[in-house]
Unconditional design. Structure first.
Length: 574
């Protein structure tokens, strides 16, 4: 009986060590499997046969311990090790790893969980596993706000378009140097010849241009055949946009003066230096003079064909070099804003120093835009100075105290005229000068630091942050949240059921999954372009393999020895 028991005891040893060898072999086979979690086999003795129960000591007996014979070993558990594996950088954007607690949530026929983040994009740009399960997370609305609490399949749509946002605020930065010279003088461009009405008398501003001549007889402009005037000057060395004026029989000298003011972006209601009122003026002797704004950056020029006509008889011209030039501290900058269609619109801002005293310094500025609708054409006969400002969209003042702090601003709210472009016709933009300083420096500086508008954009890539936020990058330089990865945590991960393929299902002892975003509720961080390696320790597995094979060999020796003894017992009957 005892020898037969020894046979089965040895058999149990074979079974448990064989099981451990299976576990070790599986671990070694998956040593290079992404995010594989190793297992270990735990043994325990089987039940015992009690030959003597033992007894307590008394006055006549010293006591006896129990006498028991074991009947072998059994496998009590095969336990998963969910410790973190080493993270390896792959550079592939859709390769993801969880650095810490949690599991990715995937959807096949049912929701399942995995640590394997070797994801890819399918034909619909949905994030999927290598076996085709969908990766789950939270979607984002049109404003990029995450919709929490509702799991959905994550995707990165390649046809995503970001709607344009019109500019409403522009932040300016820089320093306006009060140590510079005051802006004095102005550009003065005068026609070298006079115009008259054919009797040697100069015209008035109300005189029809068809009645004006240079030689007293030849009309300067033909009143029947359409004539077109074109002006294209420079201001502060910057070429201004070309402006044309198609004359009609009712065009007057005043229309010509207004046309010159619009084409050279001269604001006539801005005060100029004494004796230099800005604008084009008809002198008493019949000449036309043009006076610009003060400041070096406002210097005007009409050289070459800057003032021309389709009528070859029109020989009116202006001296290419001004008889007086503006001087003084000034600065200009150009930047782009966006209308409601996302069309970029150029804006120029020129500031020039006009006064400084014991209370601080004061600067004037003029804002203009060549894309302003009024800057594209000239409409004669308007009333008031704003009728022919064209490109000029605002003017104002900047006042600094004695410590260089901006204390007062006027004219900072500008309006872009975008009529007949399909965009909102009147776009209001605030110029925020609050970051400007008025301190001593080598020269003045003025730049746009930031603006809140942008053009229409198409998605050209995406990124995933440690908190699982998926952010799309667009061709207009903007970013937008597209969604967020979700992870699940379990109170007892060892209670999960391994379904193979690195996929786990909830088990009776795993607990209910706690679903949240990464880095929430003690969840791990997402590492994009990274994979978690297997946590198999090959050194330990080789040791376990040696121990298991040794145990298996030893158990087989128990069986062979018992067999020999039984054979000897049978031989005693011969």
């Amino acid at each position: 009986m005892a020898l037969t028991s020894a046979l089965f005891t040895g058999l149990s040893g074979l079974n448990v060590n064989q099981t451990r060898l299976n576990v070790v072999g599986n671990n070694i086979a998956n040593a290079n499997t992404v995010a594989f979690k190793s297992s270990r086999a735990l043994f325990a003795p089987q039940f015992y046969v009690t030959d003597r129960a033992g007894g307590p000591p008394n006055a006549d007996f010293g006591g006896a311990n129990p006498s028991q014979r074991g009947l072998g070993a059994t496998v009590t558990a095969i336990e998963k090790d969910f410790s973190q594996g080493t993270l390896e950088t792959t550079g592939k954007l859709t390769d993801l790893a969880i650095d810490g607690n949690g599991f990715f949530i995937i959807e096949g026929e049912e929701l399942r969980y995995t640590r394997d983040g070797a994801f890819t994009l399918n034909a619909n740009n949905q994030l999927v596993t290598q076996r085709g399960d969908y990766v789950m997370g939270y979607a984002a609305d049109e404003n990029g706000t995450i919709i929490e609490g509702q799991l959905t399949r994550l995707s990165t749509p390649t046809d995503s378009i970001m709607q344009a946002q019109p500019t409403s605020r522009v932040t300016m930065q820089g320093n306006l140097n009060p140590d510079g010279d005051l802006s004095t003088g102005a550009s003065v461009l005068t026609s070298p010849t006079t115009i008259d009405i054919g009797t040697g008398l100069p015209p008035t501003t109300a005189t029809l241009l068809s009645n004006v001549s240079l030689d007293g007889s030849t009309p300067l402009f033909n009143g029947t055949t359409p004539d077109t005037l074109t002006i294209e000057g420079t201001k502060g060395g910057r070429t201004l946009s070309e402006l044309s004026f198609e004359l009609t029989p009712t065009s007057t000298v005043q229309d010509l003066l207004d046309f010159i003011n619009q084409g050279l972006q001269i604001k006539t209601d801005e005060p100029g230096p004494p004796g230099f009122p800005p604008g084009a003026t008809l002198l008493p002797d019949g000449r036309i003079t043009i006076i610009g704004q003060p400041g070096t950056e406002n210097a005007l020029s009409l050289s070459g064909t800057g003032f021309r006509s389709t009528n070859p008889a029109m020989t009116l011209s202006f001296a290419p070099d001004a008889t007086s030039n503006p001087v003084g501290e000034s600065v200009t900058t150009s930047f782009e804003v966006y209308d409601s269609l996302g069309t970029p619109v150029s804006v120029n801002v020129t500031a020039y120093l006009v006064s400084k005293d014991d209370t601080g310094s004061t600067w004037n500025f003029i804002a203009s835009s060549p894309e302003n609708t009024r800057a594209q054409t000239f409409v004669p006969g308007g009333t008031g100075p704003t009728a022919y400002y064209g490109a000029i969209i605002s003017s104002g003042t900047l006042k600094f105290d004695t410590e260089g702090t901006l204390i007062e601003t006027t004219g900072a709210n500008i309006t872009l005229d975008r009529s007949d472009t399909g965009a909102v016709p009147a776009q209001n933009v605030t110029l925020d000068f609050s970051a400007l300083t008025g301190l001593s420096a080598n020269k003045s500086s003025l730049v746009m630091d930031n603006q809140d508008g942008f053009a229409t954009g198409t998605i050209n890539g995406f990124g995933i942050s440690p908190d699982g936020i998926i952010t799309g990058t667009y061709s207009n330089g903007q970013n937008k949240v597209l969604g967020r990865l979700a992870i699940a945590q379990f109170d007892n991960p060892a209670g999960l059921i391994d379904e193979g393929g690195n996929v786990f299902a909830p088990g009776g002892n795993s607990g209910t999954p706690i679903i949240s975003g990464p880095l929430e509720f003690n969840g791990g961080a997402i590492r994009s372009g990274t994979l978690e390696l297997s946590n198999v320790d090959l050194s330990r597995e080789f040791i376990n393999m040696i121990i298991s094979s040794t145990g298996f060999t030893a158990a087989s020796r128990v069986i062979s020895t018992s067999d020999q003894l039984l054979t000897e017992l049978l031989n005693t009957t011969r």
